[in-house]
Ligand binder design. Structure first.
Ligand code: ATP
Ligand code: LTN
Length: 336
């Protein structure tokens, strides 16, 4: 069966950037690719690349698992699991480091950005993290990997590593393709539309968190930075703030730019922002309700156990086969 793989780190506050760029896309893809199996995971090993409090991490893992499901994922063709519960991810991460060059890792812009933000004690895992990510994907022979725009470079590296190994050892891995949504792949900060909306931004006004209260959601949109012109028109170059609000709206409603521009031909930013507040609130409140129901239910643990069981088996087989191909360990007789 063909597979689709993706993960999200359990760090910071999950916001509509992550939601529209990734989770909402998973939900749509689950319908479109109903004959594929989805391996979606909480990338807790990746969260260890920067300092994080242990208690906080535990809490975030559970919250993210509940949020994934609350956003509407179907259980039929899904294995939802926690990355660290499957040792094959760490094993694969190491093996792929053996096929990744320093020069490639040095070029990763996410590493450069994150390293720059830290003054001391940059963990070596922050540097090698793209190899771990490549392992997450290649373990399950992913056909597609749905991600936001910022992960494109890591996907390109994953493809290069897979091709490098295939060239040397034969067809070991499927070479995965990224799936980047047309709208929503890069939702920008509400306070600085030239920067990506990020869950680690210190300015809480820069984003709408999925669990924000209704009045906060409306307030954040109202105070979002826009230009001083009042014409509701999509223009990324000259009106980046307003265009970002268009993107948020379109990613939720699937309207066209023209439909929106026509609807506001005689209206200004105030109306546009108020309506967007309403649209975002209507999208998020049902998610919040389902999230609260799921968080302390036995159902969540059951789903994570089932996901783990299936993923564990596939991943362990892949590691065994890779060890054999690479000549690691002893020669064993094939079972059966
Ligand atoms: P940080 O900003 O702290 O590095 P993040 O907000 O990028 O973290 P991740 O867990 O790294 O969060 O991202 C999860 C998924 O959401 C990835 O596929 C990523 O591309 C996507 N994503 C994150 N932020 C945005 C955004 N502003 N717009 C669209 N997609 C996003
Ligand atoms: N690195 C990604 C999260 C991530 C991921 C993956 C995404 C870890 N492993 C595998 C897709 C496939 C991030 O920081 N957004």
């Amino acid at each position: 069966m063909k597979t689709i793989v993706s993960g999200i780190q359990p760090t910071g506050s999950l916001n509509i950037g992550t939601y529209l760029g990734s989770i909402k896309n998973f939900v749509k893809l689950q319908q479109k690719y109903s004959d594929h199996h989805f391996y979606l995971f909480i990338a807790d090993l990746h969260a260890m690349t920067t300092p994080i409090d242990a208690k906080k991490l535990r809490k975030k893992i559970k919250e993210l698992a509940a949020l994934y499901l609350a956003c509407g994922l179907e259980r039929d063709n899904l294995s939802l699991f926690i990355q660290s519960e499957i040792p094959a991810h760490s094993q694969m991460g190491y093996l792929l480091q053996c096929f990744t060059y320093m020069g490639e890792l040095e070029r990763m812009t996410q590493y450069k950005d994150k390293a720059q933000k830290q003054s001391e004690g940059i963990r070596s895992s922050l540097f090698t993290y793209p190899a771990l990510m490549a392992g997450d994907i290649l373990l399950y022979d992913a056909e597609y990997v749905p991600v936001g725009d910022d992960q494109k470079q890591h996907l390109e590296l994953t493809r290069n590593i897979a091709e490098r190994i295939n060239q040397r050892y034969g067809e070991v891995f499927k070479v995965p393709k990224p799936l980047i949504p047309k709208i929503g792949a890069r939702i920008m900060s509400l306070t600085d539309p030239m920067r990506k909306m990020s869950k680690s931004d210190e300015n809480v006004k820069s984003r709408i968190n999925l669990l924000d209260e209704e009045n906060i959601i409306r307030k954040r949109i109202k105070s979002a930075v826009t230009d001083s012109d009042q014409t509701v028109r999509y223009d990324k170059q000259n009106k980046p703030g307003l265009s970002n609000l268009f993107d948020i709206r379109i990613a939720i409603t699937d309207e066209s730019v023209k439909e929106i521009e026509d609807a506001y031909a005689d209206k200004g930013y105030k109306d546009f922002k108020e309506d967007l507040g309403e649209i975002v609130v209507n999208e998020l409140l049902p998610i919040q309700k389902r999230y609260r129901e799921l968080l302390d239910s036995g159902e969540l643990d059951q789903i994570l156990d089932e996901g783990k069981q299936r993923a564990e088996k596939i991943a362990a087989e892949k590691i065994d086969s890779l060890n054999r191909i690479l000549g690691l360990g002893r020669k064993r007789k094939q079972k059966g």
